[in-house]
Design a protein. Structure first.
Ligand SMILES: [Zn+2]
Ligand SMILES: [Zn+2]
Length: 386
C-alpha cells in the first residue's frame, strides 16, 4: 500500500481556505472506546483511506487499548460514516457525542495517529483493572446527586477548567493526569466521612479505609473518567459515579430535556475555537487586569504561545500577548522577529496555561517599569541592530 499519501501534506492556510469555501454542512462529533485492537498500523491506514473518501476531518488516536476520535463529518455522509464504523466489530455501536455549538469548521485536516495509549495518563497498564469503572450517570441523575451534596471532581487538564466547570467542583491543580488523580486521592482521604461530626481540618491517617462520600467525576467526553473511576475504585473508594458522555453529552441532554445546566461558563475544546459556551455565567477573570472575563487566548508571540484568560482591552493593550516582553517581540518587523526566534522553540502549545495570574500581574508591573526606564526588555535585540 502506498502509505505516503495517507496523510495531509497541504499548508494550513490552503486547508483553511479550502474549508471556508466548502459548501458542505458538517457535523462535529466525538467517540471513544477502550477495546483491544490488533495490527493498529494497518488499521490506521485503512481508516485513513476510507474516512478521507467520506470527507472526514479531525484528530483520531489509535492504540492497542482502543480508539479516541474527534471528527467533523459532512452531514450528508453521517449515515455512511456510521455504517463504516459499524462494519468493524471493534467499533460497532460505539456511541457518538455530537457537539452542540459548532459551525463544522473545527478541523482542517484528517490526522490519525498511532499512540501507545488513547489518553496519555502516565499510569501503568496493569496497576489496576481499567474495566472496573464507576456508575455512569445521565445528566438528570448527575444534577440530582449534585443537589444532594455529592462531591464533584473535575478530571480534565487544569487549563481546561479555567473558563467553565460544574458548580462547587474540586479542580485539581496538578498539570498531569497522574498528578491530578493522585491529588484527588489525597484530597478524598482528607475528607471527613459524610454525616460525621469531624471538622474538615482533621488529617486522616494514610491507611484510612475509603470514605463513604459520594463521588461525581466528569471530564470533556467521559473518557478520562473511565480510567479515573477505575483508579479510585482500585484505591478503595466504593461510591464512584461518572458523567456519562462527559460535558459534551451533558450539554446535549440538558438542552433536549430542558434541564438546568449546573455546568457554568464555557467548555474548553481542542480545536480552533478553544471554547464553546454552555451558559452565560462568567466564572473566571482576566489574568492580566483581574476583570471578570472568560475569553481564552494563546499568547501570539510564537516562542511563548501560552494559554491565558485575557479580556479584549488587555488583548489590545498587550497586542494579543501575555506580557510586555512578548509584546515587544511581537511588534518587531517580521524579519527581526524571525531572527530573534532562531534557535528558540516555537512549537504551538494548547496544553500550557498560566497557572499563577498573581505572578503574571507582578511580572507585567516589573516589565512595564523596566520598559519605562530602559526602553526595551530585550537589550540583545538593540545590540544586534547596532
Ligand atoms: Zn484584562
Ligand atoms: Zn507570551
Amino acid at each position: 500500500m502506498e502509505t505516503h499519501r495517507l496523510r495531509n501534506i497541504l499548508h494550513p492556510d490552503l486547508l483553511r481556505e479550502r474549508l471556508a469555501s466548502e459548501q458542505r454542512v458538517r457535523t462535529t462529533l466525538s467517540f471513544y472506546r477502550y477495546v483491544r485492537l490488533t495490527e493498529v498500523e494497518a488499521l490506521r491506514h485503512a481508516l485513513y483511506e476510507e474516512w478521507e473518501r467520506l470527507g472526514v476531518l479531525g484528530r483520531i488516536y489509535l492504540a492497542q487499548e482502543g480508539i479516541n476520535a474527534q471528527v467533523s463529518v459532512p452531514t450528508a455522509n453521517l449515515e455512511a460514516f456510521r455504517a463504516n464504523l459499524d462494519g468493524r466489530e471493534a467499533f460497532r455501536d460505539v456511541p457518538w457525542k455530537i457537539a452542540v455549538e459548532d459551525d463544522g469548521k473545527s478541523f482542517l485536516k484528517l490526522a490519525i495517529k498511532v499512540r501507545r495509549k488513547i489518553v496519555a495518563d502516565g499510569l501503568t497498564d496493569d496497576a489496576f483493572d481499567v474495566t472496573d469503572v464507576g456508575r455512569h450517570l445521565d445528566a438528570a441523575t448527575f444534577n440530582r446527586k449534585l443537589e444532594e451534596g455529592a462531591l464533584v471532581i473535575d478530571m480534565r487538564n487544569n487549563y481546561e477548567c479555567l473558563i467553565g466547570h460544574f458548580e462547587g467542583a474540586y479542580l485539581p491543580k496538578a498539570d498531569t493526569f497522574r498528578g491530578a488523580i493522585e491529588e484527588v486521592v489525597e484530597m478524598l482521604r482528607a475528607q471527613p466521612a459524610q454525616g460525621s461530626e469531624q471538622p474538615t481540618c482533621t488529617v486522616a491517617p494514610p491507611d484510612r479505609p475509603s470514605s463513604p462520600t459520594e463521588i461525581l467525576l466528569y471530564c470533556t467526553g467521559g473518557i478520562r473518567c473511565e480510567k479515573a473511576s477505575a483508579y479510585l475504585k482500585h484505591h478503595g473508594f466504593a461510591n464512584v459515579n461518572q458523567l456519562h458522555g462527559g460535558i459534551i453529552d451533558y450539554t446535549r441532554q440538558i438542552k433536549a430535556q430542558g434541564l438546568e445546566s449546573k455546568y457554568k461558563g464555557q467548555n474548553f475544546v481542542f480545536d480552533e475555537r478553544l471554547a464553546e459556551r454552555i451558559t452565560d455565567d462568567v466564572v473566571s477573570h482576566c489574568m492580566q487586569c483581574g476583570a471578570p472575563c472568560d475569553r481564552i487566548a494563546n499568547c501570539q508571540e510564537a516562542s511563548c504561545n501560552i494559554l491565558l484568560v485575557q479580556c479584549p482591552e488587555c488583548a489590545r493593550k498587550y497586542n494579543d500577548c501575555c506580557s510586555p516582553s512578548c509584546r515587544e517581540i511581537h511588534q518587531l518587523p517580521p524579519d527581526e522577529q524571525r531572527a530573534w526566534r532562531k534557535g528558540r522553540n516555537t512549537r504551538s502549545s494548547k496544553t500550557k496555561a498560566i497557572n499563577d495570574p498573581e505572578g503574571l500581574r507582578r511580572r507585567i508591573r516589573e516589565e512595564e517599569e523596566q520598559l519605562a526606564r530602559t526602553g526595551t526588555l530585550h537589550p540583545e535585540i538593540i545590540q544586534a541592530q547596532a
